[in-house]
Design a binder for this molecule. Structure first.
Ligand code: ASP
Ligand code: MG
Length: 450
């Protein structure tokens, strides 16, 4: 069997859904399981509707209803069972407008309608094309998560419950159309796996059901060497490792959900990232290992980063100082990205979204603390065995651009080199590095799968 996941833009309207069904039909002999996201930007629209209900007391699902009804009309199919869902959504929004409360738990319940509507429409259209399709809500497909609303983790039992639920359907010749992104916790509350989480739903099914491969269909030609909005000449790569894909996903490339690689990494199930708008493009293959002949795979950046500089002579030769320091970060729930240390100082970065004042107050008891905002992390993903060469050349690029590098970290995952610059300069640095390392002469032919 295989898993085919289609993201929101691949399901933006009736015509796109028709195209998806054609792609699926071609793969029918390989017994696909379909995983779908919400149509288009429905997740965002649901969240906007909730904010409106909360702040102004206005309840409106007109746009969302229209989008789905239009698709049904374009596909020329009988109305699938979406009216009860739309009615329930309306009631939920009224509830939010009355109670004036929008917790993570309510948000997850709310956004789940996007995937549930999409799965029903896609399944109905596949049926109309003669396929034995069936819409399956994630919890009917064995997805059980913890109760960390808006960013839930699947519990280990899912590794058994997913194949238990899905394999009988597949073996019975059925085409399950599963809602990505959502799950239920053990008490039956609806949860989500974090934005973009349907990638993780797909890789989880592929890994747990021992699929031949997972296909992640997007609106780009695969994993690119850089964000095309920053570097217009960014191009797709033929193959990457799970580690490289995870780094690219986390540091800005946004092609994949950051945790999506985890299940398939464990089972070594190959993952393909493909373009539903250009299905002839080969896409990117993600595998366990590659022959390393390519110094630099890609350049990414992440803006709105804060740097915290901690200096203390108490660190000198002390045991447990770092433990004490990071305990403070943990106490305030601050997730740290980059760390660089010397004998008397530690520099740490994190998202700019945290309120760092309480942490600063605590840390000031043991160290001098300086908070520097407006920073960006620039990351080079490449062959760690050639890191001296890469660092030498990367700094050369920064010197020639006259841009000072403020902190460097050679990633522990052994595929990334990251450094900090001012975020006003990150675009220039990424473009300069891309031109230098990847440019026009970069030979993709040098990469081959083991
Ligand atoms: N629909 C959800 C989102 O927009 C999940 C996904 O697309 O994977 O984040
Ligand atoms: Mg989406």
């Amino acid at each position: 069997m295989i898993v085919m996941k289609f993201g929101g833009s691949s399901l933006a309207n009736g015509e796109r859904i028709r195209h998806v069904a054609e792609l699926v039909k071609l793969e029918l002999p390989r017994k696909p399981v379909l995983v779908v996201s919400a149509m288009g930007d429905t997740t965002d629209h649901l969240l906007e509707a909730a904010t409106r209900a909360l702040e102004t007391g206005t309840v409106s699902i007109e746009g969302i209803t229209e989008l789905h009804k239009n698709a049904i009309r374009e596909l020329n199919i009988a109305m699938p069972k979406i009216m009860p869902l739309l009615a329930e959504l309306q009631i939920l929004l009224v509830g939010i407008s009355l109670i004036k409360e929008l917790t993570g738990r309510t948000k997850d319940y709310l956004v789940s309608f996007g995937e549930r509507l999409a799965a029903r429409i896609v399944a109905a259209y596949c049926q109309s094309m003669g396929m034995e399709a069936k819409a399956v809500d994630a919890w009917e497909g064995g997805f059980v998560s913890d109760s960390h609303f808006t960013a839930a983790e699947l519990v280990p039992e899912s590794w058994d419950s997913i194949p238990e639920k899905l394999m009988p359907l597949i073996d019975g010749g059925m085409l399950p159309v599963l809602t990505g992104f959502i799950a239920k916790d053990c008490k039956g509350a609806i949860t989500t796996l974090g934005r973009g989480g349907s990638d993780l739903s797909a890789t989880m099914i592929a890994a747990a059901c021992q699929a031949e491969e997972a296909q992640i269909w997007k609106d780009v030609d695969g994993i690119l060497t850089a964000d095309p909005r920053i570097v217009p000449e960014a191009r797709p790569v033929e193959a990457v490792t799970y580690e490289e894909a995870a780094e690219l996903a986390y540091f800005g490339a946004q092609v994949l959900h950051p945790r999506a690689m985890q299940p398939c990494m464990r089972t070594k199930t190959p993952v393909w990232v493909k373009n539903s708008y250009n299905s002839r493009a080969p896409g990117t293959r993600i595998v366990a290992a590659l022959e390393k002949t390519r110094p630099v795979l890609g350049i990414t950046s992440r803006n709105q980063v804060t740097l915290v500089d901690i200096v203390s002579t108490r660190m000198l030769g002390q045991a447990g100082f770092l433990a004490e320091l990071f305990a403070d970060f943990a106490k305030y729930g601050i997730s740290v990205d980059m760390v660089a240390t010397s004998e008397v100082s530690v520099s740490v970065t994190m998202d700019a979204t945290y309120d760092l004042e309480p942490l600063k107050k605590d840390l000031s008891r043991i160290a001098d603390v300086e908070i520097k905002t407006g920073k960006a992390i620039v990351t080079i993903i490449g062959d760690v065995d050639r890191s001296s060469e890469i660092l030498h050349q990367a700094f050369g690029v920064c010197v020639s651009l006259g841009i000072p590098v403020q902190m460097v970290s050679h990633g522990a995952s052994k595929v990334n080199i990251s450094f900090i610059v001012n975020d006003t300069q990150s675009t220039e640095v990424v473009q300069g590095l891309h031109k230098h390392f990847i440019g026009a002469n970069f030979s993709e032919g040098s990469t081959s799968c083991i």
